[in-house]
Design a protein around this ligand. Structure first.
Ligand SMILES: NC(=O)C1=CN([C@@H]2O[C@H](COP(=O)(O)OP(=O)(O)OC[C@H]3O[C@@H](n4cnc5c(N)ncnc54)[C@H](OP(=O)(O)O)[C@@H]3O)[C@@H](O)[C@H]2O)C=CC1
Ligand SMILES: CC(=O)C(=O)O
Ligand SMILES: [Mg+2]
Length: 591
């Protein structure tokens, strides 16, 4: 034994130490790690095949108390687990009971994150089977609070952090990730996290949350999903002063420094994972988001969820709403509060769809759509000072300072909130809209709930129960005048999981706007009579996997039609094929 000590602790005399001492934490510290001083190097090492204790600590394979007798024998688990065996169903029941006991949403979030890190299949089983209940926990609104407090609740790192420190080494950093086959990346730089602003490196909660939906809602394997946060600093003074902040403590890099890092990242991703890896940009600020999308949409498989995914989901909601309201899409007049990524992205897709339906040129169909930003209605006299993405919306009109006056002047049939500012659809605004529409369509898209332009209760009450309402974050059903109103959730979570699946199963190498229209059409077609009878303009999230399969099939069909699909031959029944590709979280049997 002494000679082993000697060999392993190269150079250090250990004969004067007591090898049986447990002071350092071990029984016999044969590898010398416990006694290593700060200046002494040790080797981190692990088994490559998980068995025994390491199997219980591996979230991808761990089944906890569900390991069978045979598996406990075959994988050295005897004694490491209490004798009882629980089915996955019973584990699920127990965990749901535990989660329901927490009163504070953030506690539910943390408990679910712990589960994800402990037992991945059980996490996804819970999420899939209880999607309507758990979506608000792993996603908006709770994920927003989690990002705000990410530094304090941080336990084990999730996803990949690429900061300015890794400049010149991004390819190496990607190679540190344990999985080789990656199909979907969600990346943020944390500058516009929901409607909460710049949360820097703590934005990581968003890619993690979005990718868990890729798996739960869209069936993309968890091992093929990679959450990434690019840390170029933050301009959030509070975070810069926060001793628990996990990111670079500097102001944001901009201009050349920013774009060089992003370019290195985009090139490294393609080099490491190939042409068919989907890169979803999420929650970048608009001064970078539009440029990044324009720069990489012709060379990479990229998709901006805030600009494009949101557009597809809102178009689907409006098309569905017209079944309740009557009239054609081209007959509607749209007014947006907020002319950023979501606002102008939605506006452009609606204009494109109207142009397709009516054969009118885009320049004409855009005229049905008006946007208000922080300076008022976007009109032609402001054109010179507008950012590029707003210019197509600068129509002829006298200046209008605020939303209420804009509603009175434009008389829209559809009012969409994409401002990130809560309480901006005031009583006066909703009443003005309701005064010129029998059934005004109101979408308060901003997240999380605190930033919603109005609540469901406000929309129904102020419109005297006439509004067709949907919001970005969920609201409970509302009682008004003896009737129950159920608000729909207009959130890109309906689109991106199925959209991504469609790209993956067809081996698409580029995203085209036609594919967004295809996704939107598939979603609108999934709204049932029962949904409409309840005043809903979206299907229930409880059927999301079926919806995602239809979206995936429509997107894949379009990819084949456009010649950007590489998976050949084309499967005959794309819905069935999409379903057959979906990850299911039931436990596997181990040999
Ligand atoms: N439901 C969903 O699926 C989605 C919801 N969202 C939500 O939409 C919101 C906006 O996101 P995004 O478009 O990316 O953000 P951007 O920052 O790109 O755009 C925000 C826009 O709102 C305008 N604005 C800000 N304050 C006011 C105000 N007080 N009055 C009028 N206009 C104002 C800004 O004006 P200016 O340009 O003058 O600064 C800007 O045009 C966020 O809360 C986000 O969570 C986003 C994507 C999807
Ligand atoms: C839903 C979403 O993507 C957002 O609020 O940014
Ligand atoms: Mg987003």
């Amino acid at each position: 034994m002494e000679s082993t000590f000697k060999e392993i602790r190269d150079g250090q005399s250990v004969l004067d130490l007591d090898p049986k001492s447990t002071v350092g934490g071990g029984v016999e510290d044969v590898y010398g790690e416990d006694r290593a001083t700060e200046d002494k190097l040790v080797t981190p090492w692990t088994f490559s095949v998980a068995s025994g204790y390491s199997l219980l600590r591996d979230p991808q394979y761990n089944k906890g108390l569900a390991f069978t007798e045979k598996e406990r024998d075959a994988h050295y688990l005897r004694g490491l687990l209490p004798p009882i065996i629980l089915s996955q169903q019973l584990q699920e029941k127990k965990l749901m009971q535990n989660i329901r006991q927490y009163q504070v949403p953030l506690q539910k979030y943390m408990s679910l994150m712990d589960l994800q890190e402990r037992n991945e299949r059980l996490f996804y089983k819970l999420l899939i089977d209880n999607v309507e209940e758990l979506l608000p926990v792993v996603y908006t609104p709770t994920v927003g609070e989690a990002c705000q407090k990410y530094g304090s609740i941080f336990k084990r790192p999730q996803g990949l952090y690429i900061s300015l420190k890794e400049k010149g080494k991004i390819l190496e950093v990607l190679k540190n990730w344990p999985e080789r086959t990656i199909q979907a990346i969600v990346v943020t730089d944390g500058e516009r996290i929901l409607g909460l602003g710049d949360l820097g490196c703590q934005g990581m909660g968003i890619p993690v949350g979005k990718l868990s939906l890729y798996t739960a809602l869209g069936g993309v394997r968890p091992s093929a999903c990679l959450p990434i946060t690019i840390d170029v600093g933050t301009n959030n003074e509070q975070l810069l002063k926060d001793e628990f902040y996990i990111g670079l403590r500097q102001r944001r890099a901009t201009g050349k420094e920013y774009y060089e890092l992003l370019h290195e990242f985009m090139s490294a991703v393609k080099q490491n994972y190939g042409e068919k890896v989907l890169i979803q940009f999420e929650d970048f600020a608009n001064h970078n988001a539009f440029e990044l999308l324009a720069e990489y949409r012709t060379t990479h498989l990229v998709f901006n969820d805030d600009i494009q995914g949101t557009a597809a989901v809102v178009l689907a909601g409006v098309v569905a709403a017209l079944k309740l309201v009557g009239g054609a899409l081209a007959e509607q007049k749209f007014l947006f509060l907020g002319a950023g990524e979501a606002g102008t992205g939605i506006a452009e897709l609606i204009a494109l769809e109207i142009s397709k339906q009516t054969k009118a040129p885009l320049e004409e169909t855009r005229k049905k759509i008006w946007l208000v930003d922080s300076k008022g209605l976007i009109v032609s006299s402001r054109k010179d000072s507008l950012q590029n993405f707003k210019k197509p919306w600068a129509h002829e009109h006298e200046p209008v300072k605020d939303l209420l006056d804009a509603v009175k002047a434009i008389k829209p049939t559809v009012l969409i909130g994409s401002s990130g500012v809560g309480k901006t659809f005031t009583k006066e605004v909703v009443e003005a809209l309701a005064s010129c529409n029998d059934k005004p369509i109101i979408m308060a898209l901003s997240n999380p709930t605190s930033q919603s332009e109005c609540t469901a209760e406000e929309a129904y009450t102020w419109s005297k129960g006439r509004a067709i309402f949907a919001s970005g974050s969920p609201f409970d059903p509302v009682e008004y005048d003896g009737k129950t109103y159920v608000a729909g959730q207009s959130n890109n979570a309906y689109i991106f999981p199925g959209f991504g699946l469609g790209l993956i199963i067809s081996g698409a190498i580029r995203v085209h706007d036609e594919m967004l229209l295809a996704a939107s059409e598939a979603l609108a077609s999934q709204v049932t009579k029962e949904n409409f009878d309840n005043g809903l303009i979206y299907p229930r999230f409880s059927t999301i996997r079926k919806i995602s399969a239809h979206i995936a099939a429509n997107v894949a069909a379009k990819a084949y039609e456009l010649g950007v699909a590489t998976r050949l031959p084309r499967p005959k029944d794309l819905v069935k094929y999409a379903e057959s590709c979906m990850y299911t979280p039931v436990y596997r049997n181990y040999r």
